[in-house]
Design a binder for this molecule. Structure first.
Ligand code: SF4
Length: 350
């Protein structure tokens, strides 16, 4: 029994640990075979993540540049205007993105005028024919239904790390809170995007625990962002050592094998990774990136640099899986399950 979710485990932790600890090149080879069996290996989804409300967050996520309590360089900004978000979505679409994720540095969504504006944003981005994803913090079942009705395709809410390591990173909400939001989203028929961050001081065992929890949710997430910590000055994790590519590869490859249908998203931390390292991540089963100079508040490779990398590797940006105006009724079972990375505040995910 999975003690976190109360469901029968579909994938045993020992099995996941055995995969995770297998010789690295064997692991990558196996993950690549699984990837090819379940996805077009030349296909990479390009997503854009926009911070629609920046900074001033009351939470204390130790990695996050947007937590009000940390002295970072982030200038708090209120909720964006609808027309500015529309323009950003159109620009993202023109650049080849098929998924548009909107992140707000909130602890939780509060019903009222601001949430109503977010619902308008969802309708507008949906009408552009983009997969709309949001990451807004905790949501209630009623709010999840309202977002679904507005045309939301996916909701990102990361578990970040293992249940055991979680209280070393966040104290202002619990792991259980996060699982409840995931339940609300899933029950509303919204595609679930949920992953984690490497570099939070966790051990390999924590990473295996996180993977075990993800794979044994009532339904595995359609989208699994794998983030490398971008250590931001002024946060408790400033100065943390860079996450090694070998760790990223183990995480990505194991996620690919145990959640074969998921989109595995190479998310925050790419700016520090040479193209050769990113190529290994694609080989290990990653099939999505976030494009644009900024991932919420942290730097990210430019669109031009990414285009050149994809061309060099013979990878093709995915064509949109949703059609304009279509998602409100059709997104509960995405044709090619997807999700976004995201945005815990600093560009990793809520
Ligand atoms: S990760 Fe999200 S919830 Fe946590 S401090 Fe940052 S904005 Fe707030």
């Amino acid at each position: 029994m999975n003690v976190l979710t109360g469901t029968a485990s579909r994938i045993d932790r020992a099995e996941i640990a055995s995969i995770y600890h297998s010789p690295l090149l064997d692991l990558i080879g196996r993950a690549n075979a699984v990837h090819r069996a379940h996805h077009d290996p030349t296909d990479v989804q390009v997503c854009v993540l926009l911070s629609i409300k920046t900074g001033g967050c009351p939470e204390d996520c130790a990695y996050c540049s947007q937590a009000a309590r940390y002295n970072t360089n982030v200038d708090p900004q209120g909720l964006m205007k609808l027309e500015d978000v529309t323009a950003a979505a159109q620009k993202a679409k023109a650049s080849g993105a098929t998924r548009f994720c909107m992140g707000a540095a909130w602890r939780e969504v509060r019903s009222g005028p601001q949430f109503d504006r977010v619902l308008e944003m969802i309708r507008t981005v949906n009408s552009e024919g983009l997969e709309v994803c949001c990451t807004l913090g905790m949501v209630t079942p009623e709010q999840a239904v309202a977002m679904k009705e507005a045309g939301l395709y996916a909701y990102n809410h990361n578990l970040d790390t293992s249940a055991a390591h979680y209280d070393q990173v966040i104290h202002t909400r619990t792991y259980e809170d996060r699982l409840k939001t995931l339940d609300a989203v899933r029950n509303a028929g919204i595609s679930v995007c949920c992953g984690g961050i490497l570099g939070l001081g966790e051990t390999d065992e924590d990473r295996i625990d996180l993977l075990t929890t993800l794979a044994n949710l009532p339904e595995p997430p359609e989208s699994v962002p794998v983030n490398a910590l971008v250590a931001v000055d002024g946060t408790p994790l400033e100065g943390s050592p860079k996450v090694s590519v070998w760790s990223m590869l183990r995480m990505i490859a194991t996620a690919r094998i145990i959640m074969p249908n998921a989109m595995v998203r190479l998310s925050a931390g790419r700016l520090e990774m040479p193209e050769s390292e990113q190529a290994l991540c694609f080989l290990a089963g990653a099939n999505s990136i976030f494009a644009g100079d900024k991932l919420l508040t942290t730097p990210n490779p430019s669109v031009d640099r990414d285009s050149a990398m994809l061309a060099t590797l013979g990878l093709t940006p995915r064509v949109s899986s949703v059609s304009s105006q279509a998602t409100a009724s059709s997104c509960s079972s995405p044709s090619n399950p997807a999700g976004a990375s995201c945005c815990d505040g600093q560009g990793q995910a809520h």
